[in-house]
Ligand binder design. Sequence first.
Ligand SMILES: *Cc1c(COP(=O)(O)O)cnc(C)c1O
Length: 364
Amino acid sequence: MISFLDLKQINLRHEEQIMEAVSRVLNSGWYILGNEVTKFEEEFAQYCGTKHCIGVANALDGLTLILRAYGIDKDDEVIVPSNTYIASILAVTANGATPVLVEPNLSTFNINPAAIEEKITNKTKAIMVVHLYGQSCNMQPIFEIAKKYNLKIIEDCAQAHGAEYQTKKVGNIGNASAFSFYPGKNLGALGDGGAITTNDEQLYMKLKALRNYGSHKKYENIYKGVNSRLDELQAAILRVKLKFLDEDNSSRRKIADYYLNNITNKHIILPIVENNVASSHVWHIFAVRTLNRSNLQTYFEEKGIQTLIHYPIPPHKQVAYQEWRNRSYPISELIHEQILSLPISPVMTLDDAKYVVEVLNAYR
Ligand SMILES: *Cc1c(COP(=O)(O)O)cnc(C)c1O
C-alpha cells in the first residue's frame, strides 16, 4: 500500500530531537509565548528573508489578522483566486470585506494575472495571492497592477514553504504573508500552528498585539485583539523540523521530476512548472488532470495506491457561500472536476514513484 502521505513516518525521522524539544519546554516551566516561539520567529524570518515573523495559531487566523491590521473591512474588496482552499476566502469574509474571485490559469492552477485588472474597483484594497500546491504565482504582472492601483499584496503561503519567485522566497514577496504549520503541510507541526511574515514594521507591531488580546504589555489592551498565538510546544518542534525543510522539499522535487519525466499516459494532463524554474515549486501537492477521475481513483485504489482530491468542491459552490451558488467560474469548476493528487512526500521512495508511474501508464 502506498499511502498519500505517511505523517507518522515523516515525524518519527526526528523522534529524538522532537522528544528533546518537548522536554526542553516541559522543563522551562514557561508554556505560552516563551523562548521557543521567539526563537522560531527569528529562525523562520531568517529562512524567508523577511525582517519579521509573528507566530499565530493557524494560517486562517494569520490571513484574517493581516487584513484586519491593514484596516480592511466591510466597505472593501479583496481580490482572491476562485481556485483555492476555502481558508483564503474565509479570511476576507471574516473581516466583513467582499472577496472578488478571479479565475486561475488552467495549466498552473494559480491566479491568472491577466484576469485581475478588470475586477478592480474603487473599493479594492488588496490582492491575495495563493501559491497553490506549492508553486509560486507569476508575480511580476501582479506587482504592476498593485502599484498602479495602490493595493496591498497578501500572500497565502500555506502550501508553499520554501518556494521561490525569482530571487526571493515566498513570504518575502508581498506586503505580508501567512503560513500554515498544519501537520500535512511541507513544514508541519504536531498540531495546529501558523505564522505571518512581513517587512512592514508598523504592521509587525500591530500584529504582535492583535494575536495576544490586543496587548503589548500584560493587562494593557490597545486593540480589541484575539487569542491566536503559536503554541510554545509546537514552536519547539517546528524549530527541529525547519532545519530539514529544504532537504524535504528537494526530496519532493525528485518524486515530482520522476512523475513529470515518466508519466506518458495520454489520458493524463500533467502539471506545469512556470518558467521552468525548479525552485519556484515545492510540490506540496502533485495534481494531474483527467476526464474520468472517479474511474482512475478506483483503479489506483485497486492497485494499492492512495490518491486524494484537492479539492472536490470549489469555494463558490460551498453551502457556506450560498449567495454565490448561481455564479459561474468555469475554469475553477473544470479543475475541481478533473483534479487528482498523486502520492508525494519527503519519505516516499523512488521505487514507490516507479510503481505509481507503472500503474498509471498501464491505465486505459
Ligand atoms: C491549509 C491552508 C490554509 C489554512 O491553514 P490553517 O493553518 O489550517 O488555518 C489556508 N490556505 C491554504 C491555501 C491552505 O492550503
